[in-house]
Design a protein around this ligand. Structure first.
Ligand SMILES: O=C(O)CCC(=O)C(=O)O
Ligand SMILES: [Fe+2]
Length: 304
């Protein structure tokens, strides 16, 4: 249906999104521009007082807020989240996966396991009865207002989850999230609030500052990708989460990527329209966080 052009559909297997003729005349760029315009309208409706972070986010496409919670609150939360992760591990020990690409979610009694190549993602549901600290965190006012600033939409409390990531061996089964990419054609938000420190061996988040902006170079690159994807391209490209090589990044006049190693009690929030990846890691290391994302309807001007 032609109307799929006005949805968040990103896959070039869709006959309209992936139409070669329409992409030749700039369809993909037009969708990106229209979505960016709507995101700007949404953000202009936000009156929360997060000035410093708003400016940084607008400039870089990400923010990193250290000492996010007061120390005592953090320690209580850390205890609760670590317990939840330990319990999940006891009930379902983490395994290795040799299946290539993105795996299907597997339901567990405590949440969901899903593999990216050899990397295990565990999402643990917030149990209202036994996880009061996690619940309080998902309703945190500073967190809520930061989300509104960034995507111009509120954070859904029910979508906030405990997230433990366990790195596999990339030489055995490659994790596609460890290649530079942007998630989709419009701005969306992801955050990780780190419960434990993330060192250089733990696969820290890596982001190219300023790469969320639709510069002429970027739009030109997007156009070329879209043309390729609308032809006979491999599934990875047709999927619409375009990947980019380090040399192509340099050619776009973008600054060097920054590796966001983090102390515990640090919030990292990013617009995943910018180029990013999961850092390389020593197999078996893990990252424990509270996580959420908001991928809004891209063509709505209203930030309700
Ligand atoms: O886990 C990470 O550090 C980033 C993974 C990623 O690319 C994403 O969640 O969009
Ligand atoms: Fe991503």
């Amino acid at each position: 249906m032609v109307l799929s052009l006005l949805t968040s559909e990103k896959s070039f297997t869709n006959p309209w999104v992936g139409s070669e003729r329409l992409n030749q005349i700039g369809l993909h760029k037009a969708r990106m521009r229209l979505a960016a315009f709507n995101a700007t309208l949404r953000k202009s409706q936000v009156f929360y007082r997060t000035g410093q972070w708003r400016k940084q986010f607008a400039r870089d496409g990400f923010i990193m807020v250290e000492n996010f919670l007061p120390e005592n609150d953090f320690f209580r939360l850390q205890k609760e989240v670590s317990n939840a992760a330990d319990q999940a591990r006891q009930r379902t020990p983490s395994e290795n996966s040799l299946t290539r690409g993105f795996g299907a979610p597997k339901a567990r009694e405590w949440g969901i396991d899903r593999f990216d190549g050899g990397t295990l993602n565990r999402f643990i549901h917030t149990d209202r009865a036994t996880m009061p600290e996690t619940l309080a965190f998902s309703k945190n006012r500073k967190l809520q207002s930061l989300c509104r600033t960034i995507v111009g939409l509120p954070l859904r409390t029910s979508n906030v989850r405990i997230y433990e990531l366990v790195h596999g061996n990339d030489e055995v089964n490659h994790d596609l999230q460890k290649d530079f990419h942007r998630d989709t054609f419009f701005s969306s938000m992801k955050f990780w609030y780190f419960i434990n420190p993330v060192g250089i061996d733990d696969g820290p988040f890596i982001y190219v500052p300023g790469s969320h902006k639709l510069t002429p170079e970027r739009l030109d690159w997007e156009h070329k990708q879209a043309l390729h994807a609308s032809k006979d391209a491999p599934n990875e490209i047709k999927g619409g989460s375009f990947r980019i090589s380090p040399s192509a990044l340099k050619a776009m006049n973008l600054p060097a990527p920054v590796t966001l190693t983090a102390k515990a009690n640090t919030l990292v929030m990013a617009d995943t329209l910018g180029f990013h990846r999961r850092g390389d890691a020593r197999p078996g290391t893990s990252r424990l966080s509270i996580y959420s994302s908001n991928r809004p309807y891209p063509f709505s001007p209203f930030g309700i």
